[in-house]
Ligand binder design. Structure first.
Ligand code: PRP
Length: 206
């Protein structure tokens, strides 16, 4: 039995459709229930529905054998897992953004609002730019609008959120998409089953 940690939400639905398309369906999962664990004993697969930022924790600690997570989250948390393949779903960038017309004052530390403090620190350290990190959990775009920060480091997918809030991209830092990850010992003991899933995913992407 392989246990898969799926990120709850839109990405999770797309990922589940991909698993179903390569033969690991579990129709109950598509229902409107509040259940969090779904199992298809015949196909040897079970799914758990997890908050996207928690997928790495479940997989790293072996509560799930494999999981799907954005490269953005892998870069931020650097979990001790294997990255098996790129599913090509959930494509987005991690970018620095600011109010339209914003000019950097390099005489002062840059105030950076983000839910990616590690990615932001690494990026600015490489540029020897002094920063003040303001860690937030959501609606990051609000920070420069109300003067909480100078810039944000956040995900840009369609760009709509930035546009509708009079913000724009200053620099793209990293590109992201959904990755299949595995717990290291699960991969050793269930290599055949996990490799079959990877092969299915890779064949689907070609
Ligand atoms: C993410 C991200 C941006 C938005 C970008 O937020 O933090 O706010 O999506 O998408 P767009 O470029 O297509 O507009 P999310 O929806 O995860 O909510 P959050 O603000 O609670 O983080």
């Amino acid at each position: 039995m392989i246990r898969v940690a799926l990120p709850k939400g839109r990405l999770g639905n797309d990922v589940y459709d991909r698993f179903a398309a390569i033969g690991y369906s579990c129709p109950e999962l598509k229902g409107n229930s509040r259940k969090l664990v779904f199992e298809d004993a015949e196909k040897g697969i079970s799914y758990i529905l997890v908050k996207p930022s928690d997928v790495a924790v479940y997989v790293e600690r072996g509560a799930a054998d494999i999981g799907v997570i954005g490269r953005d989250t892998l870069l931020e948390y650097s979990p001790d897992v294997y990255e098996l393949c790129d599913l090509g779903l959930g494509r987005c960038s991690i970018a620095v953004a600011a109010k339209n017309g914003w000019k950097d004052n390099t005489a002062l530390p840059l105030r950076v609002a983000t839910k990616y403090p590690n990615v932001a620190k690494r990026y600015y350290a490489a540029q020897s730019r002094e920063i003040d990190i303001i860690s937030l959990h959501g609606s990051i775009e609000l920070a420069p609008i109300v003067g909480l920060s100078d810039v944000i480091v956040d995900i840009v997918e369609t760009g709509t959120t930035l546009k509708e809030n009079d913000l724009s991209v200053v620099t793209r830092i990293e590109e992201s998409s959904a990755r299949l990850i595995a717990n290291k010992s699960s991969y050793m003991f269930k290599k055949e089953s996990i490799d079959a899933i990877v092969a299915g995913m890779e064949a689907f992407s070609e």
